[in-house]
Ligand binder design. Structure first.
Ligand code: LRH
Ligand code: MN
Ligand code: MN
Length: 424
């Protein structure tokens, strides 16, 4: 399924009078509007291949109609998202949930949709069919060297797939941990993890990175071997310059100041990038910006400030990716909403009066500092996001366009009503 550009243009035309009014209104207030638009236009967020089907919980899964049944169909779905928002030009694979058997064909298909492949993710948190040794008690941290070796080899195989897809990073998340006190020697588990990661690191091509993701709990409920940013940072530091820490927004205990973590990792050049999602309780994987959009804005405020301080390119300097799971929404709609939420937070961060904020901070003017941040946060920047999309040939209102063009209905007629996406 390919979206014809003229159909998007027609829809934009219908919304154009209202949009022009709103855009002109905000343009008079935002000083550097063209620069903001340029940055928004260059910004892209990768779509995970595992988020294109309906997720579920251990209590059940309610599949939606027209779900992608193959990697080809997942690429097509990301193509739909990108055609509408012009901000999702890459797809991230989780191997072996998606195995790119014919990489050349996948590259060609992705390119047809204006897409490329982002980081590849390894999976040693599940046992696969015909797998020799079990990951029941962990993978890279395992007490048994043979299990560690199997997990290392899997990661190296994932790198090989990634090389064929022109990916540039391996993303590693381990569920390794323990469920009960006494089960694990923490020090040995950490050292085993480090040694295993060192072997994987050795297999990285020169222009590759390895991103080490952390998570405090689940599926283990007493300890996780890479449980927080400190443990991830320690591993990344010991590994070397190609290794850095990946921040998944859902992987923090309640109340954690994520924006501060981001700021410090960025300062140390150890921030790999993000898995964006939102949550109320834990690793809920809800739509980005649906629960706590202010936190997302504060994170972007630190990112813009920190990346500018280091002279980094916002669009390419870090890995931007969604990691979500939708139990009741159409996954494509949910992903469109997530990308919009990210761009809104980014736009708000771009319009923060940085000079005034620095002065307020230096003067310890706490009230003024808050006023400055909230002035940006409370500005309705949606016309800026819409204008950036329009200029790139995307839709002014992607979710509305998706619905008006009856994309899901088309996908159902193509693929059937009872479809189950591969993956999670
Ligand atoms: C773990 C996680 C990790 C996995 C993905 C499926 O909770 O965030 O990134 O690879 O979910
Ligand atoms: Mn994640
Ligand atoms: Mn997660």
């Amino acid at each position: 399924m390919q979206i014809e550009k003229h159909k998007v243009d027609e829809l934009n035309h219908q919304l154009s009078a209202k949009h022009t009014r709103q855009f002109e209104h905000i343009s008079t207030d935002v000083e550097n509007v063209e620069e903001v638009l340029k940055k928004l236009g260059a910004f892209n967020v990768a779509i995970p291949s595992w988020a294109l089907g309906t997720g579920g919980t251990r209590f059940g899964r309610f599949s939606g109609g027209g779900e992608p049944r193959s990697l080809e169909e997942k690429i097509a779905d990301v193509g739909v998202i990108h055609a509408l928002n012009k901000s999702s030009n890459s797809i991230s694979l989780h191997i072996p949930w998606d195995i790119p058997e014919n990489a050349a064909a996948m590259n060609a298909l992705a390119a047809q949709h204006g897409l490329h492949f982002d980081a590849v993710n390894s999976n040693t948190f599940q046992d696969q069919k015909d797998q020799k040794l079990s990951y029941k008690f962990g993978s890279l941290h395992h007490t048994d060297k043979a299990v560690r070796k199997q997990a290392i080899e899997h990661n190296i195989e994932v790198i090989k797939y990634g090389v064929q897809l022109n990916s540039k990073a391996l993303s590693v998340w381990l569920s390794d941990g323990s469920n009960f006190p006494g089960q694990l020697n923490f020090r040995k588990a950490f050292q085993n993890t480090l040694e295993s990661l060192q072997e994987i690191y050795e297999a990285l091509p020169d222009d590759w990175k390895v991103w080490v993701e952390y998570k405090p709990y689940e599926p283990n409920f007493y300890s996780t071997t890479i449980g927080d940013w400190g443990q991830s940072y320690l591993l990344a530091s010991k590994l070397g310059p190609k290794a850095s820490t990946l921040v998944d927004l859902g992987h923090h205990l309640q109340g954690t100041n994520i924006e501060q973590i981001v700021s410090i990792l960025l300062m140390e050049n150890k921030l790999a990038g993000f898995h964006f999602n939102d949550s109320k309780y834990g690793d809920d994987d809800l739509t980005v910006g649906s629960i706590n959009p202010y936190q997302l804005f504060l994170i972007f405020n630190e990112l813009v400030e920190g990346m500018d301080a280091r002279g980094m390119n916002h669009a390419t300097g870090l890995g931007w990716m969604i990691d979500a799971s939708h139990n009741v929404k159409d996954p494509v709609e949910d992903l469109l909403q997530s990308v919009q939420a990210i761009k809104i937070a980014y736009a708000q961060a771009l319009i923060v009066d940085k000079t005034a904020l620095t002065a307020a901070q230096n003067n310890n003017d706490v009230v003024l500092a808050q006023e400055i941040l909230q002035q940006a946060y409370r500005t309705d920047v949606r016309p800026l996001v819409a204008e950036a999309s329009l200029r790139n040939g995307g839709a002014l209102d992607p979710v509305n366009a998706y619905r008006t063009l009856s994309i899901r209905e088309h996908l159902i007629s193509e693929r059937g009503l009872k479809t189950v996406a591969t993956g999670l």
